[in-house]
Structure formats: C-alpha cells, structure tokens
Write a new protein. Sequence first.
Length: 156
Amino acid sequence: MQTSPQRLLVVEDDVTIARAVSRMLARQGFAVAIGRSCAAARALALAQHFDYAVLDLDLPDGNGVDLARDLLAADRVPNVVFFTGSSDPSLVARARRLGNVVMKSSGTSEILALLTQENLDAPESRTAPSHSMQRIRAHSGVTTTSSVATPKSRAR
C-alpha cells in the first residue's frame, strides 16, 4: 500500500522564490500548494489540512508569524518553517518561538533538511502535539492537553 505524499503549504509573495521552493520540494515527493498572501494561505488551509507550512515573514497583507499562529491554533498545519529575508529582528525572534527560521540567503536546501529532521517527523508517526504546536501553546498561555489530530497512512 502506497501512502499519499506529505502535503506542504508554501506561502511566499515572490513568484520566483515560491516556484523554486515548490519545485525543490515537489522533486522530493511533497505535494505542494502555493499561496502568495495570508488571505490565500488561509483559504487553502480551510480547503485542506497540510502536514507542513513554509512561510515567508513579510507578506503583502500581514506577516508569517500571525499566519502561523492562526494555522497552528486551528490545527490546519502541525509544523511551520519560516523562510525569510526579513531584516526585522523582532519579527524573526517571534518566528523562532513558533518554528525554525531559515534566512533566504542560506538557500532552499536548508528547508528540506529541516522538513526531514527528527523533530519534524512525518505527522502520522506522532502521538503528541507537534513541536510547533507545543511552542505556540507555551507562548500563548494555552493550557490544553489535547493532541493534534494526525492522519493515518493514506492509500492512494
């Protein structure tokens, strides 16, 4: 039985960067959807659950930190990685509290390394809240003990 590819949401307003990240991740077997704004990302996340999100911090209608908080709190995505060129140290620090931050100057390969490392295991192997969800709960004062619902292996 084959499993469905991991679903990944890329939110990036620069078309060239969005395509490069998307192509690199698709070659690695991810099913990638691209949103170019917070509004587009929210609409995509309402339509389906994602296993991961790669978010830019500086978006035309908001920022990736607020978007990540919304997606994590709504259980639409269990893990986020920020991919940014932001020069706002405060925004980058806030992002680090929710997930890993990769500077665009580091290149796209670091994103793949983070998505495949142990603390971002495939969601179907998790029984406890995700790393990112634990971070948002710790920094938002949420004291719930429920786990993130995780999909079982899906047959094609």
